[in-house]
Design a protein around this ligand. Structure first.
Ligand code: 2RA
Length: 337
């Protein structure tokens, strides 16, 4: 078993879910530590029936820790995680900073587990909007090679953390009462609105969130030839990202074949009966660790095209669950459990 597992960013939105998952799922470890910024350090966390003090994250806090699971802003991951590697720890990082770096594995356990097993040092977990799409693409790619993807996202406010949820709730309340509200987490009012920008301007008119979907998809699937055209949109939904995905494959995949491929792939659940108005939605997917797929149909505009709808809990499979699954994968490989 692991000797000491440190959870960095233990008090944030994703850190809370990681703690919950580590309570529910038996990651074998003798000791757990909980680390956070100076602001949150000193508080008490009750975990597996015991009280733990939240320790301050510093560069020399990792001695004796063999696994670090981190969920922090990019600059914190950049500045602190190399010290954990130098101290001998394997690091699973949820931030965006290390994902595309040369030599860093970018892993979804259902898709490319071997990359985690072969990794040295930092193993990155992908961006939430990429993760659910790539889980859904993988069985199609294995069966008929994905050539091109056109994806539009409908992303929940929880994607930016607790401040996003607060601004949706407070902004909605103020809007309904005809009062102004000073949004700071979003560039525009999110209540009763859609914002077609997630992240900063990156290249060729695309945002950083959109380019993550391009580059991370290629890296995880190990195929630089895959073309991705993304549009990422923030919508006034509390939790769970939704995506429309139109995919062109080397040979046609019928909706029936796609349904079978999705159904037999681990981590995917098909909910698809338009006649009974059954499809995945944020409200019926929240709290789950699965990627939900529905509205599977032929793309009428292309002979090799397939179109579907995909929903997943961005804080769970899109973040916390994927990181914990990587830890479980390492535990199984190293200790057989
Ligand atoms: C968002 N994808 O939803 C981001 C979080 N990593 O804002």
């Amino acid at each position: 078993m692991f000797n000491t597992v440190a959870l960095v960013g233990a008090t944030g939105a994703v850190g809370r879910i990681m703690r919950q998952l580590l309570e529910e799922r038996p990651l074998p470890a003798k000791t757990f530590r909980f680390l956070a910024s100076k602001r949150s350090a000193g508080g008490t966390i009750t975990f597996r029936g015991q009280d733990h003090q939240v320790e301050e994250l510093t560069k020399d806090c990792f001695a004796g820790t063999d696994l670090v699971i981190a969920t922090t802003p990019d600059e914190i991951a950049r500045d602190y995680l190399p010290s954990a590697v130098e101290a001998g720890a394997t690091v699973i990082d949820e931030s965006g900073y290390w994902r595309m770096k040369e030599g860093v594995a970018l892993v979804i356990p259902e898709v490319n587990p071997q990359d985690a097993i072969n990794a040295k040092g930092i193993i990155a977990s992908p961006n939430c909007s990429t993760t659910q799409m790539v889980v859904a693409l993988k069985p199609l790619h294995d069966a008929a090679k994905v050539k091109r993807v056109v994806v539009s996202t409908y992303q929940a406010v929880s994607g930016i953390g607790l401040s996003g949820t607060k601004e949706l709730e407070e902004g909605t309340h103020m809007h309904l009462h005809g009062q102004p509200y000073n949004y700071t987490a979003f560039k525009h009012p999110i209540a009763f609105n859609c914002i077609p920008q997630i992240g900063g301007e990156k290249e060729a008119g695309y945002t950083s969130e959109e380019m993550k979907m391009v580059y991370e998809t290629r890296k995880i699937l190990g195929d630089e030839s895959i073309l991705v055209c993304p549009t990422c949109v923030r919508i006034p939904v509390a939790n769970c990202h939704s995506e429309t995905i139109a995919v062109e494959t080397e040979r046609p995949i019928s909706p029936e074949e796609a349904r079978g491929l999705f159904e037999s792939f681990p981590g995917i659940k098909v909910v698809d009966d338009i006649g009974s108005s059954m499809y995945p939605m944020p409200l019926n997917s929240t709290g789950s660790d699965l990627v939900y797929v529905g509205r599977i149909r032929k793309d009428l505009s292309h002979p090799n095209g397939l179109s579907f709808w995909c929903v997943s809990d961005n804080l769970r499979k899109g973040a916390a669950t994927n990181a914990i699954q990587i830890a479980e994968l390492l535990a199984k490989h190293r200790f057989g459990k």
